[in-house]
Design a protein around this ligand. Structure first.
Ligand code: SAM
Length: 441
């Protein structure tokens, strides 16, 4: 057993008093794995049922994972039926409560669990900017949103001040799920106890203050900001929030409550591992003074003439392409045709990894539908689709071909959920699932 750092023990005893022993024992218990069903996938709940063992009380799509179940190994995972996410980590996006049509920002977003959740709450309307400053982690974030079939997200790889310069007072709702000293990981990854230092909370709090100040610049009057961490100390949580409120008198704490966790105090709410079935989580809901603006109604912009000329080709492969991005603005980035959500302000020169829904590559003589397009479509929205059983789906995910009686670009599905594109001819389906996403059995 790896010991807890002495200063951590002392902090927590001071904070929890008589409850501290219950808390320390809970951190030695096995962690409860969970997953969040993806509402963009019809049939996900039924398909995932064999992996699930009860509902996460504070998240309607959250389910605990049954002992010995391995949902990550199923083709349903590759099909975006669910996202494997720790139960308490589902709480901050519930507190943010994004509404369809809003413009939302997830400022510290990789690997993307909460971004996927916010996108689900937006239900394809409005737009999400999902940002991550670490380039490698931003690529994972982008792949997460692709797998979950999100069609209205901009994925950026920027520092908060770079975003704030581009998007002043732009967002209705912002999540700052801040980098922290990670005491909440002490259960799941006991080795993290060795990395923690007594100075970690204060150092992290300084960084969190800087991130929050940039977030404040990007929130519209009347907008909501959720600040969250997965650490237990007060310096990175209540004290960081109190100092932010002192610096920003136009913000105030908002009361809220989550089922199975309880009601906030001064806008702050905690999940404690000895009180709920989940790891540690802190969240605060803050509101900026002013009247919220109703979401702007936007119309699809008329595409440039050269793009317009190619739309019949796209329509012939994916007649339902338009349904997943509200009021899409079609732009070509290099040879990739993207549908950018109409609600989104111009991202200008930011480093962008995903620009709305990537529809297709525009070749000289033909188009090649993009994997992201496949992952956003329902089978009835593709010109051709072919359903495969679990075994064949897994083989397709390794890159193999399969027998198929369709012709041309065909959406590969498992239990009605997309896995990618294949191109069918002469009774065989050539696999176009990107090589980087292939699995090894
Ligand atoms: N919200 C994510 C999720 O649900 O999957 C988890 C986010 S994790 C707690 C914090 C993230 O913040 C990390 O990916 C880290 O790279 C990023 N980060 C580090 N420094 C940052 C900064 N100065 N501004 C914004 N994000 C930062």
């Amino acid at each position: 057993m790896i010991e807890f750092p002495a200063a951590f023990l002392e902090n927590m005893r001071a904070q929890l008093g008589e409850e501290a022993d219950l808390f320390f024992s809970a951190l030695e218990e096995p962690y409860a794995a969970a997953l969040r069903l993806n509402p963009f996938r019809a049939g996900a709940e039924e398909a995932a049922a064999p992996f699930c063992d009860g509902a996460v009380p504070w998240c309607p799509d959250g389910r605990y994972v049954a002992p010995d179940a391995r949902p990550g190994l199923s083709p349903l995972h590759a099909a975006g039926a669910y996202y494997i996410q720790e139960a308490s980590a589902m709480a901050p996006a519930m507190a943010l409560n994004a509404q369809p049509g809003e413009l939302a920002l997830d400022l510290c977003a990789a690997p993307g669990g909460k971004s996927g959740q916010i996108a689900a709450a937006l239900a394809g309307r409005g737009a999400l900017v999902a940002n991550e400053p670490d380039a490698g982690r931003a690529r994972i974030l982008s792949a997460t949103l692709e797998r979950l079939g999100v069609g209205n997200a901009l994925v950026t790889n920027a520092w908060p001040h770079e975003l704030a310069a581009r998007f002043p007072e732009a967002f209705d709702a912002i999540l700052v799920d801040a980098p922290c000293s990670g005491e909440g990981m002490f259960r799941r990854e006991p080795a993290s106890r060795l990395e923690w230092r007594e100075a970690s909370p204060v150092g992290c709090a300084a960084r969190q203050a800087g991130i929050l100040d940039q977030a404040a610049l990007m929130l519209r009057p009347g907008g909501r900001l959720v600040y969250s961490t997965c650490t237990f100390n007060r310096a990175e949580n209540e004290e960081t929030v109190a100092a932010f409120l002192d610096r920003h008198p136009d913000f105030s704490p908002q009361p809220f409550a989550l089922n199975g966790i309880g009601a906030s105090r001064d806008g702050c709410l905690r999940v404690w591992p000895h009180r709920a079935r989940g790891d540690g989580q802190f969240m605060a809901l803050l509101r900026r003074a002013g009247e919220p603006e109703p979401p702007a109604s936007c119309r699809p912009a008329r595409p440039a003439r050269d793009i317009l000329a190619r739309l019949d080709e796209l329509q012939a492969v994916a007649p339902g392409w338009e349904a997943h991005t509200e009021a899409p603005r079609l732009i070509a980035r290099g040879d990739v045709l993207c549908a950018l959500p109409g609600a989104l302000p111009d991202p200008g020169g930011l480093r962008i990894l995903r620009c709305g829904l990537h529809l297709c590559r525009l070749g000289r003589n033909n188009i090649e539908p993009d994997h992201a397009q496949a992952m956003a479509l329902r089978p009835d929205e593709a010109a051709a689709s072919a359903e495969f059983d679990e075994e064949t789906s897994l083989r397709l995910l390794t890159g193999e071909t399969a027998a198929c009686d369709r012709r041309g670009w065909t959406l590969i599905t498992h239990r009605g959920m997309p896995l990618g594109w294949g191109k069918a001819s002469d009774g065989s389906l050539k696999n176009h699932i990107p090589k980087g996403l292939r699995i090894h059995l």
